[in-house]
Design a protein around this ligand. Structure first.
Ligand code: FAD
Ligand code: NAD
Length: 475
């Protein structure tokens, strides 16, 4: 007899594990299957995000930013320190400890919620039967009333620069380096390229980032992107735009990278090369033939706005479906489908998905960019307030960047908020809530913000949209 569950989730990343937990909270019997294998051979729930993505990268960003601040900023505060050094082995150990605590946390959450966590490979058979292959080679079937596919994504490999995981690295390799390479090349100036480029730059690497597109952060608000580029370049990141890589050859201890830009054919020699050109949906051995679950031409599982596949009772969420590849987007989809399965209300507001790049300063956005609003033809107004006008940012020695708010001229609805500056990733939460509640800029203007806080920059940006900023010059 196959074990039967109300909900079986395949994939225990930030999309899948919340789906299983919410299903259990809704009184349903739930199981979550995952096959993750760490580089030391150990198993862990948490997927890419907890094991090889969001969490380890943020741990490294935090340590290296602290190192940078101690060296560069403490003298400004009158704090004298000498003999500052950083031990990469300790930094990596701290990161590994954080990851382990977070992934053990998922197992503990499963236990507390009554979710059955299963290690193994899950494959959807017909009639919502799932075959689980355990690491010891044994097999068993589960029977589900509802199935949630949350199989995630994998790095895109370039034919011109295939991974060898020694010299030509994927993002996981780049999180695990034992020391800073003297020269680090990065292909792709996206979130991974900028975050991991920043980590190793702060640890002393000469970092060159090759980006194929002529515009920096092409899908972001371009005023925001220009400001971010200025700060990142000042930190010594050599970001080359309009640079298309045509080949990469490992020769001994180095990698020769060939690329083409507006000036013609170029070469770059580095000690290691990170390829960070995006991720692709992952669905290896996930679906047996005849399940009725369809993939699109790029390999994403086809779903509607409620993450329903074409087969009743089968859902797909997270990186393996359309939309931004972000942990919080997957989490909300997981919660939504678990609520829908339980007959409750569930939806995801795809117009209010925040995105944050954890460089210094941080780059955070929600809603429409100015370019998108302009293209829509809807009359709009913009408020931009620099952190130079914010007392807390000055006290933090972090008065860089700005907060920008875009609102409609007709009904004052907030359409987008874009922040580059200290703790922008935290500040954007207020803007997400504003968009969720369809707030007007006047709503934010009339909301009291504690002084002195960074959040006043968002308040002032709302005021500046009507040329009523108190603390900044209205333009
Ligand atoms: P995944 O996290 O990829 O999890 C899928 C899980 O399914 C895996 O554990 C896999 O083992 C398992 N699986 C797949 N197929 C099967 C199968 N057939 N049987 C059993 N198990 C299976 N996003 C952010 O929002 N913020 C960040 O700061 C951030 N930083 C990142 C940094 C890096 C370096 C990287 C690489 C990514 C980062 N991301 C970040 C993106 C984020 O990691 C993903 O969006 C997120 O992990 C997607 O969640 P998911 O659950 O859909 O997939
Ligand atoms: P990305 O899509 O963010 O950026 C990839 C970049 O590589 C793009 O700018 C693209 O133009 C460029 N590119 C593509 N092909 C190229 C080529 N041949 N030569 C040069 N440049 C090329 O992808 P990523 O940085 O690899 O990140 C993968 C996913 O993980 C993204 O969806 C991202 O949202 C997510 N992620 C999020 C965070 C975060 O939220 N802070 C951090 C890391 C990763």
């Amino acid at each position: 007899m196959a074990d039967a569950f109300d909900v079986v989730v395949i994939g225990g990343g930030p999309a899948g594990y919340p789906a299983a937990i919410r299903a259990a909270q809704n009184g349903l019997s739930a199981a979550c299957i995952d096959e993750w294998k760490n580089r030391d051979g150990t198993f862990a729930f948490g997927g890419t995000c907890l094991n090889a993505g969001c969490i380890p990268s943020k741990a490294l960003l935090e340590s290296t930013e602290l190192y940078h601040r101690v060296r560069e900023e403490l003298p400004t505060h009158g704090i004298r320190v000498s003999d500052i050094s950083i031990d990469v082995a300790t930094l990596q150990k701290r990161k590994a400890g954080i990851v382990r605590k977070m992934t053990d946390g998922v197992a503990a959450l499963f236990k507390a919620a009554g979710v059955t966590g299963i290690q193994g490979h899950g494959r959807l058979l017909l009639d919502k039967r799932i075959e689980v292959s355990a690491p010891d080679g044994s097999r068993r079937d589960l029977l589900a009333k509802n199935v949630v596919l949350a199989s995630g994504s994998a790095p895109i490999e370039l034919k011109s620069a295939p991974f060898d995981h020694q010299r030509i690295l994927d993002s996981w390799d780049a999180l695990e380096l034992a020391s800073a390479p003297k020269r680090l090349g990065v292909i792709g100036a996206g979130a991974i390229g900028l975050e991991l480029g920043s980590v190793w730059r702060r640890l002393g690497s000469e970092v060159v980032i090759l980006e194929a597109l002529p515009d920096f952060l092409a899908t972001c608000d371009q005023q925001l992107a220009r400001e971010a580029l200025r700060h990142l370049k000042r930190q010594g990141l050599d970001i080359r735009l309009g640079a298309t890589v045509t080949g990469a050859k490992v020769a001994g201890d180095t990698v020769a990278v060939a690329y083409r830009d507006a000036k013609g054919e170029q070469t770059l020699t580095v000690d290691q090369l990170v390829v960070a050109v995006g991720r692709r949906p992952y669905s290896r051995e996930l679906l047996s033939s005849g399940t009725g679950v369809e993939l699109d031409e790029r390999g994403f599982i086809k779903v509607d706005e409620h993450c329903r596949t074409a087969v009743p009772g089968i859902y797909a969420i997270g990186d393996c479906v359309r939309g931004p590849m972000l942990a919080h987007k997957g989490k909300e989809e997981g919660v939504m489908v678990a609520d829908l399965i339980a007959g409750r209300f569930g939806e995801v507001n795809y117009k209010a998905v925040p995105s944050v790049i954890y460089t210094a300063p941080e780059i955070a956005s929600v809603g429409a960019t100015e370019e998108q609003v302009k293209a829509s033809g809807r009359p709009y107004k913009v408020g931009v307030v620099p952190f130079l006008a914010n007392g807390r940012a000055r006290a933090l020695e972090a008065a860089q960047g700005f907060a920008k708010l875009i609102a409609a001229r007709d009904d004052d609805e907030i359409l987008g908020v874009h922040i580059v500056g200290p703790f922008a990733g935290e500040l954007i939460a207020e803007a997400v809530l504003a968009l969720e509640y369809a707030a007007s800029s006047e709503d934010l203007q009339r909301t009291m913000h504690a002084h002195p806080t960074l959040s006043e920059a968002v308040h002032e940006a709302a005021l500046a949209a009507d040329k009523r900023s108190i603390d900044a010059i209205n333009r």
